[in-house]
Design a protein around this ligand. Sequence first.
Ligand SMILES: NC(=O)c1ccc[n+]([C@@H]2O[C@H](COP(=O)([O-])OP(=O)(O)OC[C@H]3O[C@@H](n4cnc5c(N)ncnc54)[C@H](OP(=O)(O)O)[C@@H]3O)[C@@H](O)[C@H]2O)c1
Length: 333
Amino acid sequence: MTRFKALRVFQEASGRFARLESLTLDDLTPGDVLVRVAYSGLNYKDALAVTGKGAIARGYPRTAGIDLSGVVEASSDPAYRPGDRVLATGASLGESLDGGLCELARLPAAALVPLPAGLSLREAMALGTAGFTAALALRRLLENHQVPQLGPVAVTGATGGVGGIALGLLKRAGFTTAAITGKPDSASYLRELGADEVVPRASLATAGKPLETAVWGGAIDNLGGETLAYLTRTVKPWGNIACIGLAQSPVLHITVMPLILRGVSLLGIHSVDVPRAWRLAVWEKLAGEWKPPGIERLIVRAVIGLEEVPKACEELIAGGARGRYVVRLAGDL
Ligand SMILES: NC(=O)c1ccc[n+]([C@@H]2O[C@H](COP(=O)([O-])OP(=O)(O)OC[C@H]3O[C@@H](n4cnc5c(N)ncnc54)[C@H](OP(=O)(O)O)[C@@H]3O)[C@@H](O)[C@H]2O)c1
């Protein structure tokens, strides 16, 4: 019987933890398509799962990893044939389905996306959920009439995966950008990614009047908490804030004033359960018109092996990482 390696998350009386295991197909959640995993990647959510700091899995033990790219080995669904190149991001991987930090994955066909022309298996994972979510945020901003003439779009958590990719996407879409960061010493890196301006997070007003001088045309926020509250107070009339993350805090203390006196919109961004047509359209954009420049050079922090994942996840939780970790399973297939 084929055996393969996987990073599994367990929940026991002592708490949640992850360890490498040797599995057989019988250990995996059911699915129509068997995929030889080429690459996975690490997102903040993976870090929460692997360090045990967040209850990400819906059932234990669960193979971690919300993203994967790879090649189909077998399929009982006519949509896929052996040899097809595919990717999956979100779509309940690592939650109710066994995920991508594994040499073999078995998934429902609906969780998979054919790898779009224009992206390699490795580039797809350099982008991963981070890239998909940043692009979904841009799509929602544009749908809600965000235009470059409104002014610079602020991006928070800018040295992170979502933030860094968002800078490049916004730039390609014609916006000026401001990177708000806790690592102002990364200014030259952020400018290379697409920031026109770099603002230290420590310089932001943490409490203030319900409305302050409006300086941002819009925002893509990865932090929540005080930083998101600040953005609501400082975005210009009819600007949009795409609300993605909670790296600072899930708590949000704001007033309705920016919404009712400036027409500011708070747009929710959710990357797991996304209408399929949107998902396919976003990946087409990421592979073509919006493909961020310098994916390998700027976005990929390092390509690591499965055994190096727990340490990298600790670093992500501490907020110390810059760019994205790509995890090599089979590598280029
Ligand atoms: N809604 C969705 O579907 C969705 C999808 C993907 C990600 N997310 C969320 O979006 C956020 C970013 O994800 P990611 O994958 O880009 O994470 P990441 O690569 O770990 O980056 C997060 C960035 O946020 C900043 N940061 C980290 N810890 C912080 C803290 N305690 N206080 C303030 N800033 C902190 C750091 O940037 P600076 O040092 O530059 O400030 C860090 O690089 C996470 O909260 C994640 O859960 C949500």
